[in-house]
Ligand binder design. Structure first.
Ligand SMILES: Cc1cc2nc3c(=O)[nH]c(=O)nc-3n(C[C@H](O)[C@H](O)[C@H](O)COP(=O)(O)OP(=O)(O)OC[C@H]3O[C@@H](n4cnc5c(N)ncnc54)[C@H](O)[C@@H]3O)c2cc1C
Length: 375
């Protein structure tokens, strides 16, 4: 339905398409059992064997050193093939970049190959009950005793903690320093004594994320990533990469695909006679098209070596708000007749305006850093 201009990188696109045709993805959206998590790990191993994991990582780190255009194409094609997300996303988009910037040689050689091949799945132990948007207020503490840190506190909303081998954690190592100055970044083995993972049931019925309780967990000092008390700088690198690896291109194709499906469902149900239905469908189509154009402009700028900086907040805000609006439309128009098909996506879309920085926080950034409004 949505027409696209021809782009370079066709050879890369064809290579991936052929590979995907020969290696069909499992159809698991979110792993809810150990068995499903293991199937997704196998899927990551298959992708890795084909050279399709961490393509945006530099070659010397085990990636392909793919260009921005290739990363965009990769994500478009994965979404178009409805390929499952791999479980190692946190390792690829957060831990890898943190190690590249702040890890020592031992950490890089020990962890990076295992992040790529799926042997180690990492989770992100950042948010706490009292620290989300303002992470610098975190209170999980780590006290150094000889060659270990003793870590005690609580994390929350930890995606896939129940299936992870290691957690990248922000902990307070200097309680007397100003908030952002006393934080360190640690790699916490999730099978260590004192780690208690409790899955949280979401309104979709799935348990994708968890509470993680840490009770005097012994973490070797060699698991410190970056300088002691200097974890906030490392975290800022990590957070800048949170949407790295082409997340937004995948969402674009998913949104276009969903608009297309809704359009056909409404046509099949004979709903086009109603002008209000036509109006809401047109609005959904326009927003998907605007999202595509927005991304095309972003891609052109990145391809020329420009940095996005605070403008990435615009993209996050636009995607999350329009996707939420779209699923409200879908639920209103066909929810009663085809509830199962749309209910899960409708419910899940409520998370989009929270994860990775809420809409209010994105608006603050846009107001202060792009529009120059007073704080
Ligand atoms: C699907 C999903 C997966 C997630 N996975 C992980 C994970 O794996 N690891 C992890 O560490 N975290 C994870 N999170 C947590 C996520 O990072 C936090 O939910 C997010 O940072 C918001 O923090 P909070 O929930 O504590 O809300 P709060 O920060 O308490 O905010 C509550 C409300 O206040 C608003 N608000 C807060 N501060 C301001 C301000 N200064 N100005 C205006 N409004 C404000 C917010 O917009 C929000 O509406 C996940 C979240 C979701 C939804």
């Amino acid at each position: 339905m949505v027409s696209r201009p021809a782009v370079d990188g066709e050879q890369f696109r064809q290579e991936l398409r052929s590979w995907l045709a020969e290696h069909p993805s499992p159809s698991i959206a979110i792993a809810t059992t150990g068995e499903e998590a293991e199937t997704l790990r196998e899927w990551q191993r298959t992708l890795f064997a084909g050279g399709w994991v961490g393509i945006h990582w530099p070659e010397e780190c085990g990636g392909r050193g793919a260009s921005v255009l290739e990363v965009a194409i990769f994500n478009e094609e994965m979404a178009r093939a409805r390929a499952a997300d791999i479980p190692g996303k946190v390792g690829l988009s957060l831990v890898g970049p943190a190690l590249m910037a702040y890890g020592n040689e031992q950490q890089k050689s020990q962890w990076m190959p295992r992040i790529l091949n799926g042997d180690d799945v990492w989770c992100q132990l950042f948010s706490e009950p009292g620290a989300g948007s303002d992470l610098t207020g975190l209170s999980t503490r780590a006290e150094r005793h000889d060659d270990v840190y003793l870590v005690t506190g609580q994390k929350v909303w930890t995606t896939y903690a129940q299936f992870s081998d290691t957690g990248i954690a922000l902990v307070r190592t200097d309680p007397d320093a100003p908030k952002s100055k006393g934080i360190s970044m640690l790699a916490v083995p999730m099978d260590a004594e004192g780690v208690d993972v409790r899955p949280l049931r979401q309104m979709t019925g799935d348990s994708e994320f968890n509470e993680v309780f840490l009770d005097e967990v012994e973490v070797p000092v060699e698991n410190l990533i970056g300088p002691e008390h200097g974890g906030w700088r490392a975290a800022s690198t990590v957070l800048a990469n949170e949407r790295g690896g082409g997340f937004i291109w995948k969402q674009q194709v998913r949104q276009e695909d969903a608009v297309d499906r809704l359009w056909k469902t409404c046509a099949g149900a004979g709903l086009f006679d109603d002008p209000l239905v036509r109006q809401r469908l047109a609005q959904a189509w326009i927003e998907a098209e605007l999202f595509r154009l927005h991304n095309a402009r972003t891609l052109a700028r990145l391809a020329q070596g420009e940095e996005l900086g605070a403008e990435s907040s615009l993209v996050k805000l636009f995607w999350s708000e329009t996707s939420k609006r779209f699923y409200e439309t879908a639920y209103d128009l066909v929810g009663a007749s085809a509830a199962d098909e749309w209910t899960n996506d409708f419910l899940y879309s409520r998370a989009n305006t929270i994860m990775g920085g809420s809409s209010e926080i994105q608006r603050n950034i846009i107001g202060e850093r792009l529009l120059g409004l007073p704080r």
